[in-house]
Design a protein around this ligand. Sequence first.
Ligand code: CUA
Length: 339
Amino acid sequence: MTNRARVTASLLLLAVVALGAGCGLVGWEWDTPMSTVQPKSDFGRMTHDIFMLISWTTLVIFIAVEAGLLYACFRFRDRPGAPIPKQIHGHTPLEISWTVAFAAILVIIGIPTIRVIFKTQEAPAATTLHVDVTGKQWWWDFQYPALKIHTANELHLPVGQTVAFYLHGPDVIHSFWVPQLGGKRDVVPARVNRIILTPEVPGEYLGQCAEYCGMSHANMRFRVFVHDKAGWEKWVAAQQAAPVEPKDDLAVKGKEVFSQSACVGCHTIDGVSAGVLGPNLTHFGSRTTMAAGIMKNTPENIARWIENPAHVKPGALMPTLGLRDEQIKAVTAYLQSLK
Ligand code: CUA
């Protein structure tokens, strides 16, 4: 071995050790909110199976090619007085065999891939739960037409039930993506895309707009709650109920402020207002997060948001309303009361 070969081999070994140590130090975790490798739906499983098939196939090819390359480098390397190796240019059987081998690899990868593409594009069955998803700068509107439920930024689904999301884009291109449930699919203006999946494991999953759509693209998040049957029915019943009338004085005052300010121009609260530009707030108090999932639904955060939305979410289309502190406190109490 020459000195240069020794140095190269040592550096390679060092890189492998550093990579291994790095992975060990940061802690190797597969089942994380933005990970696709522990799928929780049929759609996720199908695409993950394709991913693994392609990964293993390419790993085998990589090892075979590298082994051949290393063998050729060492076996036929130039040495003083070494003869020129036997030339195989124009070796017909070899050329036919590697053409056939690579065609076979493409078939091995291609057939399951095409099958999954068709499977995931099938027309929804009559029993499928229909959800209209509208991606807007920078939040998500969710409607369940058959259940007459209208909500925002937090999706609720029953486990084991096939659901078809119809994706609407009134402004720019967004992309609907819940990594653990599979996806993603673009939300395109002037056409309705569809994504169908069956959640298989109850839990809370993070969603994220996956297509750059302007200043607050990174803040266009959402959550998916997959419930067992009882949890799902409880949620549906709560959403279908009329909003509760506020009881304590502060919330009553908040309803009054809300009804008399610009809020009503953009937001719907059933029985109070009918704006459509901003999220439906009918059951806002039942949500765990706000502002498209970027922060917890707490009185402090609601107040911060109302005071200056663009300060919390750059580019937010909701204007600063110029409410006084006590008015903001009252509206916050009212919104929190809308369970
Ligand atoms: Cu919407 Cu990025």
